[in-house]
Ligand binder design. Sequence first.
Ligand code: CO
Length: 244
Amino acid sequence: MHTIDSLLANNRAFVRAQLAHDAAFFEHLAEGQHPDFLWIGCSDSRVSPNLLTGTGPGEMFVHRNIANLVVPTDMNLLAVLQYAVEVLQVNHVIVCGHHGCGGVKAALGGHSHGLVDHWLHAVRETEQFHHARLAALDDETRLRHLVELNVIEQVHNLGKTSIVQRAWAARRRPFIHGWVFDIGTGGIDPLTRMISNDEELLEACKFHRAGLGPAAAAPARPPQAQPAAQAGHASPAPRAGVAP
Ligand code: CO
């Protein structure tokens, strides 16, 4: 177990180790950042983006919140996204959920957790939409599916932001990606292909619906129209074309 003092001692050891390896390490780091990736992940202490992906300081711009949500009215997320896409010009934006996510689990249960319940509203909406299929699954499988559905939902929200839509129109970047991390194995599974236009975004949603197994055989309804002019503001989530 670490203490506050041990964190600072660890920092001093880190500085010594880095300088021993590369005497100019911090001078170079101070010159600026040119990350190629924006990571949007969960605040969960077990999901450490640099550690999981073998990236170091300066290589990944990071935004984290409970349950890795892309809420189109979240100024914090939008500011990070705008800066990453338009100023840093990252080529990849990754939404990474994780199995065993406490935020998603809380949204599945009927218990109140205080203020965080408001934040998790979007996850409950996803659960409600897919309730008929999810309710037929055992608890563990249901949580795993909802974690993955939530990632796809957030990928869709991300792709529909005016920031990403403008960037796609101007330079066909960034690619956006939906991933899920399995804490039990340490592995990351991509849930989507690389997405850099509306067609690929829609395809990613179809891909996920197909991946839901026997429950995906439920009757389909046509995908909802997504007018580009309204992109980025409270646009509906993918709402996978299966009746709730
Ligand atoms: Co989580």
